[in-house]
Design a binder for this molecule. Structure first.
Ligand SMILES: Cc1cc2nc3c(=O)[nH]c(=O)nc-3n(C[C@H](O)[C@H](O)[C@H](O)COP(=O)(O)OP(=O)(O)OC[C@H]3O[C@@H](n4cnc5c(N)ncnc54)[C@H](O)[C@@H]3O)c2cc1C
Length: 430
C-alpha cells in the first residue's frame, strides 16, 4: 500500500480551497457555522434573497463530511418503511417518506438549475441481502413501499443477481429506483461557487468560539474577530464541537470509512457492476459502495473497524470485505483511504429547528447528501419567514440521554455488538 493516499478520492478532481483572506465583517444579517452542504444550501438561498451572509468553517470549506462521503443521494431514514409505519403510524411514515422524495427532487432540481457538474445520475440502488431472512424482510418492505408510495421498488432473486452485481455472496436483493449517485466534491465546490457568486462570504479555517445572545440578535466571536448578526444557523453535524454544549449533548459523531480502488479493467467492471448502480448490503455494520463516477474504479465504504483509530488496519479491514465480495479484486490496489464523521441523533431523525433563537440543521444520520441540502434550505426559509419552511422533522423533539455529554463512550460497545451480531447471523444463516 505504498502509494496509498489518506485523503478522499474526490479531492483529486475537486481540490479544497485554502483559506481566503476575506476579513470578518462587523455585521451580517445571517451568520452560518459550518460550510458543508447544509451551511452552503442555506447561504445560497439567503444570499439570493438579498440577505448579507457570512459562513464560517473551522477547517477548509467542505473538509467536514460533505467532501468525504460516498455520494449516494438517498434521502433515507434509518428505518425500513414497514418499521417506520410501526413506529410512527402509516400517515406520519408516509409524510416522512414524502419529504424524502421532495428533498431528493429539490437536490436534483438545484443541481440542474445551478448547472453544477457533479455526475448526478439517477442510477437506482441495489441492496444485497446477506441472508435469506434479510431477503424476506426486504420483500415485505418492497410490498409496503409500492402499496403506499407507488415507489416501483423490486426484488431480485439470487438466480438473477448477476445482472445487478457480479457476486453470488448475496441471497438476492432489493432495487430502489429512486436513489441517485453523484460526485460529492464537485457538488460541494459547485455550491460553494454559487453561494460566493450570490454574495455570501465564506470564511474558512476560522472557528466560531462563542455565540452570545443579545437584544437585537447575536454577538459571534471567532478565531479571527467578532461580528454581530440578526440570525444564526448552526450546521456543524458530525463535526459539532464544544461551541454549544446543548447541541453537543444531542449529536453522536460516528466515524465512517471509505476506500477507492485503482482502475479496474473495463470488462471486469462490466461484470462486477453491470448497471453502475449505487449499492449496499444488509449487515448491521453495513457496506455502501458504488462505481466511481467515471466507472473505472470502486468506492467502498463501511463502519467495520470504526472503533479503531488505526487507519491502515481500517483500510485492510475494508479491503478484505471488498475482496470477499469480489475475489477478482484481490490484486487490485487501493488508491485512497479516508474517513469522516457522520452526525447521528438519538431518534435517528434529522433536525431542522430553532432553540434559544438559534437555527439548527443537523443530525443527518449518514444520509446528508440529500438531507443536509434540504434542511439547510429549510433553515434559510424559516429565517425568511416563508411558509415552505415547514418540515415534518420539526415535530420531533431533539433528544439527549442521561450521562451523554458529546463523547460517545458507548460506541465501541455498540460497534462490537453489531459485529458479533453479524458473525452470529453468519453462523446461523450461512
Ligand atoms: C465516510 C462518510 C460517508 C458518507 N456517505 C454518505 C452517502 O453516501 N450519502 C449520504 O447521503 N451521506 C453520506 N454521508 C453523510 C454526509 O456526508 C453528511 O451527512 C453531510 O455531508 C453533512 O453535511 P453538513 O453540511 O451538515 O456537515 P459537514 O459537511 O460535516 O460540515 C460541518 C462543518 O462544520 C464545521 N464546524 C464545526 N464546528 C465549528 C465551529 N465551532 N466553527 C466553525 N466551523 C465549525 C466543521 O469544520 C465542518 O466542516 C457520509 C459521511 C461520511 C463521513
Amino acid at each position: 500500500m505504498s502509494d496509498l493516499k489518506l485523503t478522499p478520492y474526490w479531492w483529486e478532481s475537486a481540490p479544497l480551497e485554502n483559506a481566503s483572506s476575506v476579513e470578518v465583517p462587523a455585521s451580517a444579517d445571517v451568520c452560518i457555522v459550518g460550510a458543508g452542504f447544509a451551511g452552503l444550501s442555506a447561504a445560497l438561498h439567503l444570499a439570493r434573497a438579498g440577505r448579507s451572509v457570512v459562513v464560517f468553517d473551522s477547517q477548509r470549506a467542505g473538509e467536514g463530511a460533505s467532501t468525504r462521503n460516498g455520494g449516494i443521494a438517498s434521502g433515507n431514514i434509518k428505518f425500513a418503511f414497514d418499521d417506520m409505519i410501526k413506529k410512527f403510524g402509516l400517515d406520519r411514515a408516509k409524510d416522512i417518506y414524502a419529504e424524502g422524495i421532495a428533498a431528493r427532487d429539490h437536490l436534483s432540481a438545484m443541481i440542474k438549475a445551478e448547472k453544477i457538474e457533479c455526475s448526478f445520475q439517477m442510477t437506482g440502488r441495489f441492496t444485497g441481502a446477506n441472508h435469506a431472512v434479510d431477503y424476506e424482510k426486504q420483500a415485505r418492505e418492497v410490498d409496503v413501499l409500492n402499496k403506499h408510495l407507488d415507489m416501483g421498488a423490486e426484488m431480485v432473486l439470487k438466480a438473477n443477481q448477476l445482472a445487478e452485481l457480479g457476486t453470488d455472496s448475496y441471497e438476492g436483493g432489493q432495487i430502489r429506483p429512486d436513489i441517485a449517485g453523484l460526485h460529492p466534491g464537485q457538488l460541494h465546490k459547485g455550491m460553494l461557487d454559487r453561494a460566493a457568486g450570490a454574495g455570501a462570504s465564506v470564511i474558512s479555517e476560522t472557528r466560531v468560539r462563542k455565540i452570545n445572545k443579545t437584544e437585537s440578535g447575536f454577538d459571534i466571536i471567532t478565531a479571527r474577530g467578532s461580528l454581530v448578526a440578526r440570525d444564526v444557523i448552526v450546521a456543524t453535524n458530525g463535526y459539532t464541537d464544544g461551541l454549544i454544549p446543548w447541541l453537543e449533548r444531542r449529536i453522536i459523531a460516528i466515524p465512517s470509512q471509505i476506500i477507492a480502488t485503482e482502475n479496474i479493467e473495463p470488462k471486469l467492471m462490466d461484470q462486477l457492476m453491470p448497471k453502475r448502480r449505487m449499492l449496499g448490503n444488509t449487515l448491521n455494520l453495513y457496506n455502501y459502495f458504488r462505481p466511481s463516477p467515471d466507472g473505472k474504479g470502486i468506492i467502498f465504504g463501511g463502519r467495520k473497524g470504526a472503533d479503531t483509530q488505526d487507519l491502515v488496519k481500517k483500510t485492510e479491514g475494508l479491503q478484505a470485505q471488498l475482496v470477499e465480495l469480489f475475489p477478482e479484486l484481490k490484486d487490485v490496489g487501493i488508491s485512497h483511504s479516508w474517513w469522516g464523521y457522520t452526525g447521528y441523533t438519538f431518534d435517528y431523525l434529522p433536525k431542522a429547528m430553532v432553540h434559544d433563537g438559534i437555527h439548527y440543521a443537523v443530525g443527518f444520520c449518514g444520509s446528508g447528501v440529500v438531507w443536509a441540502t434540504w434542511l439547510g434550505l429549510k433553515s434559510a426559509l424559516a429565517i425568511l419567514g416563508e411558509q415552505d419552511a415547514e418540515t415534518i422533522f420539526a415535530k420531533y423533539p431533539f433528544q439527549t440521554r442521561p450521562l451523554y455529554y458529546g463523547k460517545p463512550w458507548f460506541l465501541p460497545f455498540v460497534i462490537g455488538l453489531y459485529d458479533v451480531k453479524d458473525k452470529l447471523n453468519r453462523l446461523r444463516y450461512g
